[in-house]
Design a binder for this molecule. Structure first.
Ligand SMILES: Cc1cc2nc3c(=O)[nH]c(=O)nc-3n(C[C@H](O)[C@H](O)[C@H](O)COP(=O)(O)O)c2cc1C
Length: 209
């Protein structure tokens, strides 16, 4: 199974080779793996910024605990969740779903109203937490796709969201930096590249009832 092989091959890369870049074709495939991710109701209430600009990455690095991957990797992806579940973003989804299914949006109104009814009275914090969680599903698919394509990646929560939000002007767009991921190619000097996987045993991790 190629998926398992890729998952064994991959590791959270600490040191990238700054001279190696992910090519445009591979980047498109990774974008597709993210696009195809499942999300609650299918809403996809997030956006992914792909940051190539060196100067911007230098600016972001101190906000990410000065982790060298931010500047050394080929690309930095910022998974941004929409901070609110609004009537507008649900309507946008309903319109898209209707278009794809060849239906009238009004035929799906009940579904849209149902989703909104579940969220309209929730606190802003609960709404933002829920949309942030969805980004991790997309992150998981990105990591799996990278593993299969032998592209290195490092998922990163080691950053200060408020600072990253400010640098990228995310708040004004109703967005929040939920999680980062750097992608590229491992440096031969990365001391962690041959470390054994540290994972709980299947017996510890699973319980059959
Ligand atoms: C959500 C998330 C956040 C992480 N944040 C960081 C990080 O900020 N910096 C880092 O070097 N590794 C980070 N990691 C990597 C984990 O430490 C790593 O995935 C874990 O130790 C398992 O090792 P492996 O991925 O190399 O198999 C993060 C992983 C995840 C899933």
């Amino acid at each position: 199974m190629e998926l398992i092989e890729g998952l064994k091959w991959r590791y959270a890369t600490k040191k990238f080779d700054p001279t190696k870049k992910v090519n445009a074709e591979d980047l498109e495939k990774l974008k597709e793996a993210i696009q195809l991710s499942a999300s609650s109701y299918g809403l996809q209430l997030y956006k992914i910024l792909i940051i190539e600009a060196e100067a911007l990455r230098e600016q972001l690095k101190p906000a990410a605990w000065n982790q060298p991957q931010i500047t050394d990797a080929s690309h930095l992806l910022v998974f941004c969740n929409e901070t609110a579940v609004t009537e507008e973003n649900i309507q946008e989804f309903i319109d898209l779903k209707a278009e794809k299914l060849g239906m009238e949006a009004k035929e799906l109104k009940g579904y849209g109203d149902f989703i909104y009814s579940k969220w309209k009275d929730q606190s802003p914090e609960a709404q933002s937490n829920w949309t942030a969680k969805q980004t991790y599903i997309a992150l998981g698919n990105l990591l799996a796709a990278c593993g299969e394509m032998k592209i290195d990646a490092c998922p990163m929560e080691g950053f200060e969201p408020a600072k990253v939000n400010e640098i990228l002007g995310l708040e004004e767009q109703g967005l929040n930096a939920a999680v980062l991921c750097t992608i590229g190619y491992r440096s031969e000097e990365d001391e962690t590249k041959d470390a054994p996987k540290v994972r709980k045993s299947l017996d510890t991790l699973f319980e059959v009832r």
